[in-house]
Design a protein. Structure first.
Lengths: 122, 122
């Protein structure tokens, strides 16, 4: 797979997991992973999964508009930049968001080293 | 300066330069720098400056809403994630955008290794 295909596959996997089995996201992060979520900072898979698990909605559905990627660094990392919208229930308005990830290779796969998320208010 | 202060100073400098002296942005990139602008890819300072210089508006004013940053990699790099709006003339509607940069250190300063830009359509 080329880098664009890897990035798209990661993005599909990430948001499908978020929307259907949020606790399983923990396996995508490692101890040194960082999340900045609406300006709040979290370090390490456990803290990140704790934050994502405590978001105040049970349902979530992400729709992805764009996925861009670029190679990053000598280790074979990848920067992935996403825009889309999410809906936290069938009667809720969609909220636009953007999110960026730095993926690093580990054991034939990638994990999320850096994750920054922002809602884009109208 | 801590990392947040460096990121904020970079962001202020970048968009002020974009809005007042766009050709000078070339000095912030190097030969290996990458720009993905609305999905189009450009490699190297000359190609990137060419793209930014050929955008179809003479005036531009950026307003920044959020700046997030995280450290990146063993070289002392930094990921900077920006959301804001821009206006290409006094009578134009503001357009929301998000943009991410990877800054790498060089000679006591930082340059832009990675740059990805997207408008966030309403």
């Amino acid at each position: 797979m080329d880098a664009d295909a890897v990035a798209k596959a990661f993005v599909e996997h990430y948001y499908r997991t978020f929307d259907t089995n949020r606790p399983a996201l923990v396996s995508l992060y490692q101890d040194g992973s960082m999340l900045t979520f609406e300006g709040q900072q979290f370090l390490g898979a456990a803290a990140i999964a704790g934050k994502l698990g405590s978001l105040p909605f049970a349902q979530c559905h992400h729709d992805i508009n764009t996925v861009d990627c670029q190679p990053s660094g000598p280790q074979g990392g990848m920067l992935v930049f996403v825009s889309g919208s999410l809906r936290t229930g069938p009667d809720e308005h969609p909220l636009k968001f953007s999110q960026m990830f730095q993926l690093l290779p580990a054991g034939g796969n990638f994990y999320v080293q850096n994750d920054m998320f922002r809602l884009n208010y109208g």
